[in-house]
Ligand binder design. Structure first.
Ligand SMILES: Nc1ncnc2c1ncn2[C@@H]1O[C@H](COP(=O)(O)OP(=O)(O)OP(=O)(O)O)[C@@H](O)[C@H]1O
Length: 306
């Protein structure tokens, strides 16, 4: 069942098109990723969903509610994580969570929520004294204190070290396990691959791909990269023309051949046929990075004058 429905949404700021005919749905209980480079329109879209911005055109429904018209009711079902630096420095963790709890009819127990997010010892700590990871966990607590059915988390691991990031990811998985639908805004591929059930890739206001992370990887050729060194110079076009090969480039003396699983036997056979000796060969599985570069690169080529 769709809990968020976005249909034909457009939003402009002057000459900048931040949302260009965006249509997508978010299903109950999933972690849905919005992925894209800076300025792709991710924040604009979640602000429209949260009722903070009014689209120029299109329709949005969240549990059937119109985010602008039904804002008070929306607030009871949708929790939005605020960006860093949002609280007075002197406000203590416990005070902040208790204050936010008072905005909701049926909220969570502040002490338990703070403990669940690993901030029990910081209950009396002022916001200004928290580490980056603790401040992020507090912002998640504030998004969850109203016991929302949907949580919107925007760039939640920005500025965290790898350990802090993993910690936050586990928290997001636990949130999902309690039945809350999560919309995750991110520009980190590793993050969306690890967490998201489905991902919409946004580029200059447009949805340029929407699928599971694994399907996005597979859609870009099924994914292998062959890195090889050869005994003599080779015309790249020879390899590019082979079946299963989707791209060939040179990287620091190595030939990097991208393609389907079929590519490896075909490429090696062709080199043998040409009596070219392979001096080194390494096989890498394609990742979401490859898919993402291919998808956003293609979107740019399709609209060279934008
Ligand atoms: N209030 C505003 N006034 C004018 N232009 C804006 C405004 N807010 C956003 N924009 C522009 O709209 C485009 C989309 O911005 P948005 O913040 O939605 O993208 P984003 O994908 O969230 O980017 P980031 O990852 O950098 O936060 C950008 O070109 C941005 O400069």
């Amino acid at each position: 069942m769709a809990v968020i429905e976005i249909d034909g949404v457009r939003k402009r700021y002057g000459a900048t098109v931040a949302a260009d005919d965006v249509s997508l749905t978010v299903e109950r209980g999933e972690i849905f990723g919005l992925l894209g480079p800076n300025g792709a329109g991710k924040t604009t879209l979640v602000e429209c969903v949260s009722g903070l911005r009014k689209p120029d055109a299109g329709r949005i429904r969240v549990f059937g509610l119109d985010p602008r018209r039904d804002r008070a009711r929306l607030r009871q079902v949708l929790g939005v994580q605020l960006q860093q630096g949002y609280l007075p420095e002197a406000l203590r963790v416990g005070e902040a969570v208790t204050l936010y709890r008072s905005f909701y009819r049926d909220g969570a127990d502040p002490r338990r929520l703070v403990a669940d997010l690993g901030l029990g010892e910081q209950w009396d700590s002022p916001f200004g004294k928290l580490s980056g990871g603790q401040a992020q966990r507090l912002s998640i607590a504030l998004a969850l204190v109203g016991r929302p059915r949907i949580a919107v988390l925007d760039e939640l691991s920005t500025g965290l070290d790898p350990h802090g990031r993993r910690n936050i990811w586990e928290i997001v998985e636990r949130i999902r396990d309690t039945g809350v639908t999560v919309v995750l805004v991110s520009h980190l591929l590793e993050e969306v691959h690890r967490l998201c059930d489905r991902v919409a890739v946004l580029d200059r206001g447009r949805v340029v791909a929407l699928d599971t992370p694994d399907a996005l990887v597979a859609s870009e050729g099924g994914g292998q990269r062959i890195r090889l060194r050869v005994s003599e110079p080779l015309d790249l076009a020879v390899l590019e023309a082979l079946p299963g090969v989707t791209g060939v480039r040179e990287d620091d003396g190595e030939l990097v051949v991208s393609g389907t699983r079929e590519a490896l036997p075909v490429v090696t056979a062709e080199l043998v046929r040409r009596s070219v000796t392979i001096t080194a060969l390494r096989l890498e599985e394609a990742t979401l990075d490859d898919a993402y570069l291919a998808i956003t690169g293609r979107a740019t080529e399709e609209n060279p004058h934008d």
